[in-house]
Ligand binder design. Structure first.
Ligand SMILES: *Cc1c(COP(=O)(O)O)cnc(C)c1O
Length: 384
């Protein structure tokens, strides 16, 4: 089956009791049993829910994996992976990644004796150098949030395989429509389904996809034992979002390219972070492992002050000032004070995330309108 068809039909079967074409929202906590232990495969909704099962099947199909698991949020999905580990185990993670992942690792799991090493994953040797007998997992994010750095998924997967490590890729920024890490050798793909999978800024949810049955069983056991499951209404919303993922990502990518080029040509802009530029250090790898470059872009103004960044952020009309990304509407965000405020300033600056960096989640509006909006806000900023 071709991709466009998969997005529409993944996980969707007519409802057995009515024939409903859309998977119903099974808003129930429990299921009546015929006799103790005699049931229709459903006992209690933390363990099984038909709406969630339809979504989990769809997640596996679109991510080219065998098994999907849905969670109450992206960080809950990451949390489940960390619970595969035990005290003393070590993790190698990217020095530039989603702030909430860094917070979960450094503030929660390090308390339980898990050791994290943060490295620049653009250089494979940095990873290899950190591996010892305690290393269990490599955590990759590509493109990274918000600096749009690219990690070589195939290259890291071969290191992970050589050393018997689990490799997990946070594929939130690319979405399954642009990048499929399992096909490139990763063991687990993680998504914040809140973003492109849901696609409409109306749900918080997370997802994991994998091929290995034992790993799936272990993660399912964690999902039901720890209980961070999504509600059936949220599963329905993400199932619906997935149907348009393919065409949304095409448009996000087209608009993203148009805006990246506009920004680069604007004399008030110092630097644009977008892997579609040929001189982006990760461009060749991105071209190789991604189908397109998506709708996420970061940039800095020449006016290198917190105030200039703030002026710009307050003057866009179509780009709404908000955290999050991946919805149909365009958003603008200031990582230093918003999404990445949980990273200590020194750490942030050291990793290249300046006080004035601005991140865009380019939506699927008309590109001309979006460009006019940014152009106007930039002019107001440089003349104020
Ligand atoms: C938002 C996000 C997360 C966390 O997901 P939630 O659904 O907000 O819990 C993880 N990784 C990346 C790259 C994200 O953008």
């Amino acid at each position: 089956m071709k991709r466009a068809t998969k997005y529409i039909h993944a996980g969707s079967h007519p409802d057995p009791s009515t024939g409903a074409i859309m998977t119903p929202i099974y808003q129930t906590s429990t299921y009546v049993q015929d006799a103790p232990g005699v049931n229709k495969g459903y006992e209690y909704a933390r363990s099984q829910n038909p709406t969630r099962e339809a979504l989990e099947e769809a997640l596996a199909v679109i991510e080219e994996g065998k098994y999907g698991l849905a969670f109450g949020s992206g960080v809950a999905a990451t949390d489940a992976i960390m619970k595969l580990l035990k005290p003393g185990d070590e993790v190698i993670a990217a020095s530039d990644m989603y702030g909430g992942t860094y917070r979960l690792f450094s503030k929660i799991f390090s308390k339980f004796g898990i050791v994290f090493h943060y490295v620049d994953m653009g250089i494979l040797q940095n990873i290899e150098e950190r591996i010892n007998n305690h290393t269990k997992l490599i955590w990759v994010e590509t493109p990274t949030n918000p600096l749009m750095n690219i990690a070589d998924i195939r290259g890291i997967a071969s290191i992970a395989q050589k050393h018997g490590l689990i490799m997990c890729v946070d594929n939130t920024f690319a979405s399954p429509a642009l990048q499929n890490p399992l096909s490139l050798g990763a063991d687990i793909v993680m998504h914040s389904a809140t973003k492109y999978l849901g696609g409409h800024s109306d749900v918080i949810q997370g997802a994991l996809v994998m091929n290995d049955k034992a790993l799936r069983d272990e993660l399912y056991f964690i999902q039901k034992s720890c209980g961070a499951v999504p509600g059936p209404m949220d599963c329905f919303l993400v199932l619906r979002g997935i149907k348009t993922l393919g065409i949304r990502m095409e448009r996000h990518s087209q608009n993203g390219a148009a805006i990246a080029h506009f920004l680069r040509a604007n004399p008030a802009v110092k630097k644009v972070y977008w892997p579609g530029f040929e001189d982006h250090p990760g461009h060749e790898i991105a071209k190789n492992q991604m189908k397109d470059f998506g709708g996420m872009i970061s940039f800095e103004l020449k006016l290198d002050t917190m105030e200039a960044a703030r002026t710009l952020l307050s003057n866009t009309k179509l780009f709404s000032l908000a955290e999050s990304l991946g919805g149909v509407e365009s958003l603008i965000n200031h990582p230093a004070s918003m999404t990445h405020a949980s990273i200590p300033r020194d750490e942030r600056i050291k990793n290249g995330l300046s006080d004035t960096l601005i991140r865009l989640s380019v939506g699927i509006e008309d590109a001309e309108d979006l460009i006019a909006d940014l152009d106007h806000a930039i002019q107001l900023t440089v003349t104020s």
